[in-house]
Design a protein around this ligand. Structure first.
Ligand code: GDP
Length: 321
């Protein structure tokens, strides 16, 4: 039986990855911060199937203990301080978790289980203001916030440990990925939830910000499948994980309201409070490499993802009534 250790188990990706690995017959360990024990909504259904280890990316000893104890074949680092606005108010703490945390984890692997395969959750935020679009694995990093800078450090440390020590360590550069486990403060879920609420007569309108903003939206379950596939290859390598397409918030809202048979223009209003101060950049990932080398393809492209989320929100709301 293969063994895997996941950091960030309580997050969207951690919970989906744990499910995928359990389906594949893995023994799964999850590293959880003591303070996040009250934040177990996404993993309550996994209780008894995943072994929880207490640890923190700020604490070297706890990481070494976790790796020594679990002796995992695969380690997925999905933990970080990932909220970009907070990275401006707490830049040093963001660096501690998102950058140095990865150094600590890599050192723990090198010292305690050097044949373990390591996945580092890199982010499209490393590109910041990129020179080219779509971005590829060779696009230069120009991060524009402390979170992106910290992720860039972690990315290069992961590659350096591969080159210097021969670790099987890889980076997956993910773009925005969504699921029913996403919070309603993010625009995708806000819209699918909003359309469902209006359809059921539980809300009358939906206020949004910039309808022309564009994103590369992928399904979180597709993304975690790519992470797992990356660690099953003969050679470690880095890949972009994205949908490879961009869509505007306007297209998203239209598609979601089409799913419930309503005309969005009758319900949606624009509220300047939801506008972002600086939004010049449209990030979109090229998935040529991962498609070619891993034969990975998103199974839920944009329209199917919107339908899945709207159906989920309708079901959840009707069950709550
Ligand atoms: P993130 O910016 O990729 O972390 O994800 P969000 O889901 O928060 O935002 C995606 C895009 O939707 C941004 O470009 C926002 O400007 C745009 N957007 C338009 N209306 C809204 C809204 O009401 N809420 C949020 N969160 N974003 C909105």
């Amino acid at each position: 039986m293969k063994k895997a250790l996941i950091t960030g188990l309580t997050g969207q990706d951690g919970s989906y990855l744990a499910e995928l690995l359990l389906e594949q017959g893995y023994q799964v360990f999850g590293l959880v911060r003591r303070s996040s024990s009250g934040n177990a909504d996404r993993i309550s259904h996994l209780s008894g199937t995943v072994e929880i280890l207490s640890g923190d990316l700020l604490d070297q000893c706890s990481l070494m203990d976790a790796v020594s104890y679990a002796q995992p074949d695969e380690i997925y680092n999905l933990a970080s301080q990932s909220y970009v606005p907070l990275s401006w108010t707490q830049p040093a703490l963001t660096a501690e978790y998102t950058a140095l945390g990865v150094s600590r984890l890599l050192e723990s692997i090198r010292r305690c289980k050097s044949d373990a395969r390591f996945y580092q959750a890199s982010s499209s935020e490393v590109f910041g203001q990129p020179d080219e679009s779509p971005q590829t694995e060779r696009t230069a990093f120009r991060p524009r916030n402390p979170y992106g800078v910290a992720k860039a450090y972690a990315h290069w440390m992961t590659i350096n440990y591969r080159q210097q020590y021969g670790l099987y360590s890889c980076c997956g550069v993910t773009y925005t990925h969504e699921s029913p486990r996403r919070g309603t403060e993010f625009v995708f879920r806000k819209i699918t939830r909003g359309a469902a609420l209006i359809k059921m007569g539980l809300a009358k309108e939906l206020k949004l910000g910039n309808l022309d903003a564009k994103r590369d939206w992928c399904y979180a379950k597709d993304a975690v499948r790519a992470m797992w596939m990356m660690l099953q290859q003969e050679q470690p390598d880095d890949y972009i994980i994205a949908s490879g397409e961009t869509h505007s918030v306007r297209e998203l809202v239209q598609t979601a309201f089409d799913c419930v048979g309503l005309n969005w223009e009758e319900y949606v209003s624009v509220d300047p409070n939801f506008y972002r101060p600086d939004e010049a950049v449209q990030l979109v990932g090229s998935i040529d490499k991962i498609r070619r080398q891993l034969n990975w393809e998103p199974q839920y492209p944009f329209k199917q993802l919107v339908e899945l989320m709207v159906d989920h929100d309708l079901k959840e709301l009707s069950e709550a009534q």
